[in-house]
Design a protein around this ligand. Structure first.
Ligand SMILES: C[S@@+](CC[C@H](N)C(=O)[O-])C[C@H]1O[C@@H](n2cnc3c(N)ncnc32)[C@H](O)[C@@H]1O
Length: 487
């Protein structure tokens, strides 16, 4: 870890801070009103900790050069996943822009070890580059593969015909079995569920001999689940549409009325229209397959921690990725309906296996795995408010695991890079009164893994949750979304 100056100045500055703390404590001791003493002590503790966090963050930040690059903000935090041809086939809120290929000057042979639903790979296909992507989420890799698998004109025509005849064909079709997800009947209205499952069965039988077309239609089917469902993704999970969020909290919507407002009076038609519309949009986008290098992209479902086994002896001239941020978001929780209904998991054990194996960025990951500690992180953890709920939930171990997983990832990346640069798109996070400068910590881990140079491009400043704002006053400028450049 390249933070010698950090360690040195920390010991130099410590006496002054302790002095301030002691002075405040003394003031409290002298106060005859005994009830005030603990309050004053609390304030002085919090103030003392805040000053220490500020000083420590300043030192950590001084270890790497920064550049303001707000011009990259819209590519890092990309809206185009919902609008751009091919990308829009599956909504993936965490996606970044394929234009990063040109914006960051990536080479011809690119690796994205957290490829999600394939943003960079699609960009590479369109530009005529070669790329490889890895992701642990089988839904994400499935979507990426479908997007990267051009269908023939005959196949596209057959899909067109299938969609045109769908409404009459599904009447005689037996519904596909309901998955064992415990909330299966809660996330869809009965008619909606029945219609969905009939479409699923019909697609399977109509295209039993053509896997590529079947997968194309299956992606469309999975992609509309949230739109026709009684749930939606929010924060770290799903919420139900029968509740409405007001400023003061959630309120129940009138049964019968919210369904009519959302789905209209004919729920079967609502699903058929949503599905047909989505497939037609995909068919329209298929024209983008005519130009580019769609056959030169590889998608691997696997764990980044085993990159060396997944890609033995492989070299790349550029590596770019956006790992999950250390913010407790569990992708397997927010995507559980799609994972179960899409057939990507078929039991709670299999869902849990993915959850446990995923990067230690959330509390459902395997936090019992061992880790190698990072000195600066340990110092930040010492300054955390141990009364905060995130502390009690185990965030310190999450952070230790996160940076250990990232160290392993960066080590693999260094080995697989042939001369070019590695770009890491990442956001910082805040827990228990402390901001975790993930970008700088990763830059230093990169240096420890053998990279010679590290630089941070700050793309935008983030805000903290309102309940944390007071505690983090004057530290908020450390909440950034950045690109860490390692070469
Ligand atoms: C921020 S998203 C990346 C999105 C991607 N850049 C895109 O544009 O679609 C992070 C990804 O990391 C994946 N992930 C989490 N843990 C992983 C692991 N251990 N190995 C590989 N991928 C993992 C998640 O499934 C998620 O798709």
């Amino acid at each position: 870890m390249q933070l010698p100056s950090l360690m040195q100045s920390q010991t130099q500055r410590e006496p002054r801070q302790i002095g301030t703390l002691l002075a405040l404590h003394k003031l409290g001791d002298r106060d005859p009103a005994i009830t005030i003493v603990p309050k004053l002590k609390d304030v002085s503790d919090a103030y003392g900790r805040h000053c220490k966090v500020e000083t420590l963050l300043r030192h950590i930040n001084e270890s790497v050069p920064f550049k303001e690059r707000s011009d990259l903000a819209s590519f890092v935090n990309w809206k185009g996943n919902a609008e751009s041809p091919i990308h829009r086939w599956l909504r993936y809120r965490e996606a970044y822009s394929p234009h990063l290929i040109t914006k960051l000057g990536l080479g011809n042979n690119i690796l994205d070890p957290f490829c999600g639903c394939g943003s960079i790979l699609i960009g590479a296909a369109e530009n005529g580059n070669t790329s490889t992507g890895i992701d642990i989420n089988p839904l994400a890799t499935f979507a990426a593969k479908v997007k990267l698998t051009p269908l023939s004109r005959v196949q596209l025509q057959a899909i067109h015909k299938y969609v045109d005849g769908l409404a009459s064909e599904i009447r005689a079709t037996k519904p596909w079995p309901v998955p064992d997800l415990s909330i299966a009947s809660k996330v869809f209205e009965p008619v909606i569920l029945d219609t969905l499952l009939r479409i699923r069965s019909l697609t399977e039988s109509a295209f039993s001999a053509d896997k590529k077309s079947r997968d194309f239609l299956h992606l469309a089917w999975v992609a509309i689940l949230e739109r026709v469902g009684s749930y939606f993704k929010e924060g770290n999970g799903i919420k139900y549409r029968n509740k409405k969020r007001l400023k003061i909290g959630y309120t129940h919507r009138l049964e019968g009325q919210w369904q009519r407002e959302r789905f209209g009076i004919d729920q079967k038609k609502f699903v058929l229209d949503a599905f047909s519309e989505h497939v037609r949009m995909m068919l329209q986008d298929a024209r983008f397959w005519r130009k580019g290098a769609w056959g030169d992209q590889t998608v691997i479902e696997g764990n980044v921690l085993e990159m060396d086994k997944l890609l033995p002896r492989r070299k790349f001239d550029s590596i770019v990725f956006s790992p999950p941020y250390a913010n407790r978001f569990d992708y397997f929780e927010s995507m559980k309906v799609e994972l179960w209904f899409g057939g990507f998991v078929d039991s709670y054990e299999s869902l849990n296996r993915f959850r446990k194996a995923s990067l230690r960025s959330h509390l459902g990951a395997d936090l019992n795995r061992s880790y190698q500690s990072v000195a600066a992180l340990e110092q930040l953890i010492t300054l955390m408010d141990q009364n905060a709920s995130s502390w009690r939930m185990g965030v310190p171990d999450l952070l230790r695991g996160y940076f250990d997983d990232m160290r392993i990832t960066l080590k693999h990346c260094k080995k697989m890079l042939s001369g070019g640069k590695c770009f890491v798109v990442v956001g910082n996070s805040a827990f228990a009164g402390v901001i975790i400068p993930t970008d700088v910590l990763l830059a230093n881990l990169g240096l420890e893994c053998g990279f010679k140079k590290a630089e941070i491009l700050v793309t935008r400043h983030l805000t903290v949750a309102p309940q944390q704002r007071n505690q983090l006053l004057s530290l908020e400028n450390n909440m950034r979304e950045s690109v860490v450049v390692l070469s």
